[in-house]
Ligand binder design. Structure first.
Ligand code: ZN
Length: 205
């Protein structure tokens, strides 16, 4: 059974692990890991992207205002699909369209208004939102991660698994990682199945 507990995080960065919260994208998502706002909180907890205290506050808000929480979740999944479109285009060597780029920038500037840096004896700390907790707070670290990848300049590393559409950063030495996970999509049998399906569909086209 698929659960958030056994969801693999193989994206290599927070943004990609967030985008990979559907089981597949080829052809369409079949299983949604972010079915409820509580799922989103649990995912953030698992990813370690937000402070536990802030997550507790969000959980309390969601219990008190379930309808607002549902609307907030719809917006978060909309943002996720925008991020997928953006990075999927880059992985394919294309440029993301103007609509996707515009939405990304709008959400990014919203997130960056809530990001601040703290200096301490241990070094620099990046913190999110120093006021009251916000519904879209789980998105701030995700968008920051997406920004870091986009400005890191190493687009060659941004890849999409040809079988399931999960995104990942290829940090392998030879830069030839093809699958999200060898055991899930890259096993010999599954690779052959994928090959034959592709061959067949090409013949049918
Ligand atoms: Zn895959």
């Amino acid at each position: 059974m698929r659960t958030l507990e056994n969801l693999q995080m193989v994206g290599g960065c927070l943004a990609f692990d967030f985008i990979n919260t559907v089981n597949t994208r080829k052809p369409e998502p079949e299983f949604e890991y972010l079915e409820t706002f509580e799922n989103l909180i649990a995912w953030s907890e698992k990813a370690g992207s937000l402070d536990v205290v802030r997550l507790q506050a969000l959980r309390k808000y969601a219990e008190q205002q379930p309808e607002v929480a549902s609307a907030a979740l719809r917006d978060v999944t909309k943002a996720r699909e925008m991020l997928y479109a953006l990075f999927s285009a880059i992985a394919a060597g294309d440029s993301p369209g103007a609509a996707v780029t515009g939405e990304f920038n709008r959400r990014l500037s919203d997130a960056f208004q809530k990001i601040y840096v703290k200096f301490g004896p241990g070094g620099t700390e990046v913190l999110f939102c120093n006021e009251e907790v916000a519904w879209n707070e789980p998105m701030y670290p995700v968008l920051k991660s997406a920004f870091d990848i986009l400005t890191g300049g190493d687009f060659e590393k941004i890849k999409e698994c040809p079988r399931c559409g999960w995104l990942f950063l290829d940090s392998s030495k030879n830069g030839k990682r093809k699958w999200c996970d060898m055991n899930v999509c890259g096993s010999r049998k599954k690779s052959l199945e994928y090959y034959y399906r592709k061959t067949k569909s090409r013949h049918n086209a």
